[in-house]
Design a protein. Structure first.
Length: 142
């Protein structure tokens, strides 16, 4: 199984420079759709339901204070299996042209993020996890 760092490195290699906000959302959608298409997680690191959408803390800790990235030296693209690259490629084809803001707004309309934030004030900090089950159920039904 790949790590979230491998996925981030691949996304940046294939898509080019982008905001960290957008990278976080593309990582989220890559995991969600890989769960549906391959019935297994793409990476093990948890995704948290932050105020601005899904965030992988392990990525955030590495890019904190940086707005835009063009590569991810902590990842190993060759660690990704063919089916994992295919899932990410499909996500990039479907979501890659969208802005980080647009992707964040989309996650705010979807049940996995909304359910994880249930009971929290808008803008409140949270470390609540968006579960694989919630992602699989919602995206699998689309």
């Amino acid at each position: 199984m790949a790590s979230v760092h491998d996925v981030a490195a691949y996304i940046l290699r294939e898509q080019g420079a982008m905001s960290t906000w957008k990278l976080q959302k593309l990582v989220y959608y890559s995991l969600a759709w890989h769960l549906v298409w391959d019935d297994e997680p793409l990476f093990e690191e948890p995704i948290q339901a932050w105020a601005n959408g899904p965030v992988v803390r392990a990525l955030y800790d590495k890019h904190r204070g940086v707005f835009k990235l063009d590569c991810w030296p902590d990842g190993n693209v060759s660690a990704l299996k063919q089916n994992e690259r295919e899932s990410i490629d499909a996500v990039l084809k479907g979501y890659g042209k969208r802005s980080g803001h647009w992707l964040s707004e989309l996650t705010h309309q979807e049940p996995p993020w909304r359910e994880a934030r249930k009971g929290l004030a808008s803008g409140a900090r949270s470390t609540r996890e968006i579960t694989h089950g919630a992602m699989f159920d919602y995206y699998g039904a689309l």
